[in-house]
Design a protein around this ligand. Structure first.
Ligand SMILES: [Zn+2]
Length: 92
């Protein structure tokens, strides 16, 4: 999901696949394989964030476990601040 005019990108990350700090359950079988798999995902997330940030995008990451209401409120707050920042910048 993206607000293209504002350059705000929103990702919803799955707790397991992206290594959520609250729900990162360690698989007992093939633990090393899973750990490196999830670590690779996290690395890719970081690369994506960096690429977008360098292109002056704002990145919002929501965890799968967050309630939709909570997530929507967070996005709304960040987007509102973004609108303000861009408005302030363009009136200079
Ligand atoms: Zn989680």
């Amino acid at each position: 999901m993206a607000f293209t005019r504002l350059r705000v990108a929103v990702f919803v990350d799955g707790c397991y696949w992206h290594g959520c700090p609250l729900h990162a359950t360690q698989s007992k079988t093939n633990a090393d394989w899973w750990r490196s798999k999830i670590e690779a995902n996290r690395q890719r997330d970081a690369d994506t964030n960096r690429a977008l940030t360098e292109g002056s995008w704002l990145v919002i990451r929501i965890w799968e476990h967050q309630s939709p209401v909570e997530a929507a409120a967070e996005i709304e707050r960040i987007v509102a601040r973004r609108v303000n920042d861009i408005g302030a910048a363009s009136s200079r």
